[in-house]
Ligand binder design. Structure first.
Ligand code: NDP
Length: 411
């Protein structure tokens, strides 16, 4: 039924590829292409052994529109699932337009030389995708992704008016490393060292990084300190649900993690500009000036998020806490998923954060290929019908739960 090209072969792509291979009745032809083809080949071998799925592989530099066009022009996928880094979103979208492919991703575009993300760069492609009759689905991981679909589901079934939205993301797992990030360290550290931002009464309010925090209780986990962060789904949700008076995003961090982060910032290892390093020549005759970006160097020495799964215990809990009106009365609603790191590892070899992102990416692709989510233009996931997606979450390993009229702990 569907021919897909997955770009990237990291933690999220590995999970998505397992799920795609498990759903062969929908994904009939699969190619995985990335910067390092050996990783694609290793993944294809696992998928073949585990599910008997035949997966093609290729090497591509997704920063190059020319290389992408050559690959996509010859393979001709119906849908490109972009699971590389946010830096590659625009080049891949451009190549999709040039070759007539549909597009999906899990994170919004971010320029390499500026730690700043927003949708405007990708929304600027709306008219071109519309005119080409192609569909681009933005932000189909967990957050953004499932959290936006949870909001759409709440709006469809439980509220006439959503007024207060708090997205709560808790990772109560323990990987038993002194410091590690759960997805690409460079992208992760850029995200959480930014200033906080939330929406209230028609405008954005900025905070210092980690300035606002609160203890929140998570189902099956208990109390965890949760910090207000700027997160990308808020940007589209307040536009698509204009009744929202306040929208915020909270994420839990342990004290040891925050201490490491503070040191990283204090010593300049989070810098994204180039610095000059005097590297010794191999023959010992002197040094040569080499340019390095400290944050990229740090990524090279930190644990690889893909290797965290084996000893990772505990679980994640991500959901939406919503207050609003139904039939003139105020109600509260909490919809969430808990995901076990060990269960994710046993199924895919990856930890829970990669799992909670890769599974929704596969479901979004499934929605597109089965015609349930397909309209020309560039769309955030909450613009589609949430019901078939919510149904698949229960079947594909991310069951969700609802609580009605409970204390949301967030005034
Ligand atoms: P990884 O670093 O593990 O994987 C990224 C992959 O992209 C690697 O295989 C890498 O290749 C490849 N890649 C990087 N640059 C290029 C390039 N120029 N051309 C081709 N391939 C390239 O990251 P994750 O799997 O952890 O994250 C993947 C994406 O998922 C990110 O965009 C991240 O922001 C997003 N994400 C979204 C979440 C959500 O809930 N919405 C949550 C977590 C992550 P190589 O192996 O050579 O380095």
């Amino acid at each position: 039924m569907g021919k897909v090209l997955i770009i990237g072969a990291g933690g999220v792509a590995t999970v998505a590829a397992h799920k795609v291979a498990q759903n062969k009745h929908i994904f009939t032809e699969i190619m995985i292409a990335s910067r390092t083809e050996s990783k694609c080949i290793a993944l294809a071998k696992v998928l073949n052994e585990k599910y008997g799925t035949d997966v093609k592989t290729a090497r591509v530099d997704a920063d190059s529109v020319e290389e992408l066009v050559a690959l996509m022009g010859s393979y001709k996928p119906e849908l490109v699932i972009n699971l590389a880094l946010p830096y590659q979103d625009l080049t891949i979208m451009e190549a999709c337009l040039q070759t007539g492919c549909n597009y999906m991703d899990t994170a919004n575009y971010e320029p390499k030389d500026e730690a700043h993300f927003e949708y405007s760069w990708q929304w600027a492609y709306r008219e071109r995708f519309e005119k080409a009759g192609l569909c681009a689905i933005l932000g189909c991981g967990f957050d953004p992704g499932v959290t936006s679909i949870f909001t759409a589901y709440a709006a469809k079934h439980h509220f006439d008016e959503i007024q207060y939205l708090d997205i709560v993301d808790c990772n109560a797992g323990n990987h038993h490393k002194a410091f590690a990030t759960n997805f690409n360290p460079e992208i992760n550290i850029r995200e959480i060292t930014q200033k906080g931002l939330y929406w209230e009464n028609g405008e954005y309010h900025e905070t210092e990084p980690m300035e606002i925090h609160k203890t929140l209780n998570y189902p099956n986990i208990g109390p965890k300190e949760s910090y207000l962060l700027h997160h990308e789904e808020i940007e589209s949700l307040v536009i698509n649900y204009p009744t929202i008076k306040r929208a915020r995003f909270w994420m839990t961090f342990g004290q040891a993690y925050l201490n490491h982060l503070e040191v990283i910032q204090n010593i300049g290892m989070d810098r994204i500009d180039e610095v000059t390093y005097k590297a010794p020549l191999a023959d010992g005759s002197g040094t040569v000036d080499v340019k390095i970006v400290p944050l990229q160097f740090l990524k090279a020495v930190l644990p690889n998020p893909q290797d965290l799964g084996e000893n990772y215990d505990g679980e994640t809990s991500i959901g939406c806490r919503i207050r609003g009106l139904k039939d003139g009365k105020e109600h509260t609603y909490y919809v969430y998923n808990n995901c076990s790191h060990q269960a994710a590892y046993e199924e895919t070899g990856m930890q829970g954060v990669s799992y909670t992102t890769g599974v929704p990416a596969m479901i979004g692709a499934m929605m597109f290929l089965t015609g349930k989510w397909n309209k020309p233009g560039v769309h955030n996931v909450e613009e589609f019908d949430p019901d078939p997606f919510m149904e698949e979450l229960n079947k594909q390993g991310l069951p969700w739960h609802e609580l009605h009229d409970v204390d949301l702990e967030l005034d």
